[in-house]
Design a protein around this ligand. Structure first.
Ligand SMILES: Cc1cc2nc3c(=O)[nH]c(=O)nc-3n(C[C@H](O)[C@H](O)[C@H](O)COP(=O)(O)O)c2cc1C
Length: 199
């Protein structure tokens, strides 16, 4: 496993990492056409599959919402907003959230609560890793994206429309070409806050 890496690859890897370190989430109002095509979405899913996954349980699944399916999701968002007490104008804003991103990817978690070896929190970590890898791949392919949820993930109509038995709707990844790309250093402080010596 320790084969020498040619220096050109190291340079490529460094450039890729530097590009990755510039990733910020890009919200739906800054996402425009074109969205990723099927081949690019498959690459994002491949990246998601590289998330650490104790027991190889594959505790996540993605569902693509694109083209005409966006209108169906908008109707679900609008109905959920009305059920939550929003007026017609507020519900339309929610519907617009479904229509705006060129591609939306629903993230479903399939957590096995009774697994004998892998507790639920480890499975959730895999789901998080999958989302992060998916977003990182989108960024490296030149797209912007943002993970979104909100109370509507718990709306019974929306949940039933996306989830199979035992699945939880985590939320949606909005994807598209970024009309504007946030830049600059991480807002979370330096890496030394996250990485410290122990002992
Ligand atoms: C599971 C999950 C759900 C989220 N839901 C929302 C949301 O509904 N609205 C929102 O503004 N940000 C939400 N976020 C946070 C954004 O996706 C994003 O991480 C945050 O704005 C920080 O931006 P950054 O990725 O550029 O650091 C969610 C993040 C995760 C992991």
């Amino acid at each position: 496993m320790s084969a020498a890496v040619p220096s050109a690859s190291i340079n490529d890897a460094d450039a890729t990492l530097q590009h990755l370190l510039g990733r910020y989430s890009v919200g739906p109002k800054h996402l425009v056409e074109p969205g990723p095509d099927s081949a690019q979405l498959l690459l994002m899913a491949e990246a998601a599959l590289r998330a650490p996954d104790h027991g190889e349980l594959l505790p996540f699944r993605f569902k693509l919402v694109r083209g005409a399916a966006r209108t169906r999701m908008a109707a679900l968002f609008e109905a959920a907003a009305r059920a939550a007490g929003k007026d017609a104008a507020g519900a339309l804003i929610d519907a617009e959230r479904a229509l705006r991103p060129p591609v939306t990817v629903a993230v479903l978690a399939r957590i096995d609560l009774g697994h004998p070896l892998v507790p639920a929190h480890e499975q959730w970590v895999c789901v998080g890793g999958a989302v992060a890898n998916f977003l990182n791949a989108a960024h490296l392919l030149g797209f912007g994206g943002k993970m979104l949820s909100g109370a509507k993930v718990r709306d019974p109509g929306i949940s039933a429309a996306f989830c199979g038995p035992g699945e939880t709707l985590l939320g949606w990844i909005a994807l598209g070409t970024p009309a504007r790309r946030p830049a600059g250093p991480s807002r979370k402080g330096g890496a030394t806050q996250a990485l410290q010596d122990w002992g």
